[in-house]
Design a protein around this ligand. Structure first.
Ligand code: UDP
Length: 512
């Protein structure tokens, strides 16, 4: 069967009015209604389509359903499509491309990679043509489906906007190769949108804009959980011990935890009774999980003497350090189709876990969260982020870290690597702590210690962080920017020039 493009049903959610309940949102709602009505009028019967490469797992799939739903609430007819390649090699190519764009080497055999990418893109383009008409607007997320939209024949091709969720604020040989791979496809796009100014490659500056992602305060991932509900979610997802969960509150899928060298379905011992340092992310090498284990080891080994030097309340610090746990959680790799490396990354973490001395191993928890039910997964992530003493995001590269915004919105203190978008989201010492070198266990463990040893500071930063998220990184600000961008597309006087025909050229484009 050839590659496919599937439409995902967008479920009606709470609607825009529900956001009146979010403190500080009221003025924005009036603006949105006005901008939405204007855009809907300009569009008439035309549709806006979103296209990405997975319906579950990761930040893009996280944001899209709600964004589509809210645009629909504002009268902008918006649909969601997912590219489904027929060959796992396609995602290996796009993963390598993703790594290149993040400055990591890879994609050695460009000719072979391009052949796979072109074939799948071409087949997907044919499927797209059956759904999208040339008057519509097509918004394409990330490199995976960029080729599919570009390869729709020009006379049928709608206006195209490419949304990059990738970001690196410097270029190197790898990024140049990555952008060269995409260049011809992107030439078919009228507009490109990035998460931060610094991520826009120079060649694309003239038709690019910035749009910060935002989180949804009313989603299962972020909504308030009263303590009884929170405890129920943790129990239902198999993370917390306790009496059996009543039938109505049961989850269909439980988390598993790595213990004694194998995966078991067993709660995290002492969760809720000891401080937890949490990173919850996809199991991707660039998320920097691998450096958190040695950092935690160091925290346990050296924390007590350091805290004495820092003259903190040493009795308190000693007791916290005596029971603090590290939880490294992420989607069960089986449930994330567009990330073929996840299983391998998780296996490497398991290797590290096996090598830990027993008492330490008992305090480092690798957790696989089921992705089979998006709501259950979101609630589990929500509950974990709420119970954590601090949320870590130790990414080596990061376009924009949704997990950081999620944690801060819940007023959980954050330690993040000072890379990419994370350094924009968190102001060091104001909203959280930034670690300059995410590969340096010493620096990470110092930040961990600071969060545990100075709880008042941690609380102050978390409060400031919550306000920052409210003002800049909620879905409402994001929605406003989308309305502006879509309007720019509608009002653009003419289509972009005819793109180079990627893949049609006899020889693949030269990579520099
Ligand atoms: N996430 C999730 N389930 C998990 C682990 C992560 O839903 O088991 C979510 C996380 O809460 C966040 C998103 O995946 O909303 C990750 O987005 P981020 O911007 O941090 O990184 P990306 O995955 O887009 O690189």
């Amino acid at each position: 069967m050839p590659a496919n493009v599937r439409e995902v049903t967008i479920r009606r959610t709470v609607g825009l009015d529900a956001y009146r309940a979010v403190a500080g949102a009221e003025p924005m709602l009036g603006d949105l209604a006005e901008l939405g009505a204007e855009l809907a009028h300009l569009l008439g019967p035309r549709r806006v389509w979103m296209l990405n490469s997975t319906a579950v797992g990761g930040g893009v799939a996280e944001m899209l359903p709600k964004l589509c739903d809210l645009l629909n609430c504002l009268g902008v007819d918006t649909r969601w499509l997912v590219l489904e390649p027929d060959d796992p090699a396609f995602f290996r190519v796009t993963k390598a491309l993703h790594n290149l764009l993040h400055g990591e080497s890879g994609l050695e055999d460009v000719g072979a990679a391009r052949a796979i990418y072109d074939r799948v893109s071409r087949e997907a383009a044919a499927r797209l043509r059956e759904k999208v008409v040339s008057d519509d607007l097509l918004v394409v997320h990330d490199p995976q489906p960029a080729g599919a939209a570009a390869l729709i024949p020009a006379e049928h091709r709608p206006a195209l906007l490419w949304r990059s969720h990738i970001g690196l604020s410097y270029s190197n040989e790898a990024t140049r190769r990555g952008w060269a791979f995409l260049r011809d496809y992107l030439s078919a796009y009228q507009r490109l949108v990035f998460s931060a100014e610094g991520y826009i490659p120079e060649e694309h500056l003239p038709r690019s804009a910035v749009l910060h992602p935002g989180i949804d305060p009313l989603s299962h991932k972020n909504r308030e959980l009263r303590p009884y509900k929170l405890v129920g979610v943790l129990r239902a997802s198999g993370l917390l011990e306790g009496p059996p969960v009543p039938n109505w509150a049961r989850f269909g899928n439980q988390a598993s935890r790595f213990e004694g060298g194998r995966w078991v379905r067993a709660p995290i011992p002492g969760l809720l009774h000891a401080p937890v340092l949490l990173q919850v992310s996809r199991f991707d090498r660039l998320k920097g999980f691998q450096h958190l284990i040695p950092a935690f080891e160091r925290l346990i080994a050296q924390g007590p003497s350091v805290s004495q030097r820092l003259r903190v309340d040493t009795e308190r610090a000693a007791s916290e350090l005596g029971c603090v746990q590290l939880v490294l959680a992420g989607p069960d790799p089986q449930g994330v189709s567009d990330d073929p490396e996840a299983a391998q990354v998780l296996e490497e973490l398991c290797e590290r876990h096996r090598a830990l001395p027993g008492p330490l191993a008992a305090r480092v928890h690798l957790v696989r969260l089921s992705m089979a039910d998006v709501r259950e997964n979101a609630l589990a992530v929500n509950a974990l982020q709420r119970v954590a003493a601090a949320v870590l995001q130790n990414s080596l590269k990061e376009g924009f870290g949704l997990t950081v915004a999620e944690a801060l919105w819940k007023r959980t203190p954050v330690i993040a690597a000072n890379v990419g978008g994370l350094g924009v989201q968190v102001r060091h010492g104001t909203d959280g702590l930034l670690v300059n070198d995410p590969a340096d266990p010493g620096e990470i463990s110092e930040a961990m210690l600071r969060m545990l040893a100075f709880p008042k500071d941690a609380e102050r930063m978390a409060c400031a962080g919550q306000l920052r998220v409210r003002d800049h990184f909620l879905i409402l600000s994001q929605l406003r920017r989308w309305l502006e961008e879509l309007r720019t597309m509608v009002e653009a006087p003419a289509r972009a020039t005819e793109p180079a025909q990627p893949g049609v050229a006899a020889a693949p484009p030269q990579l520099h």
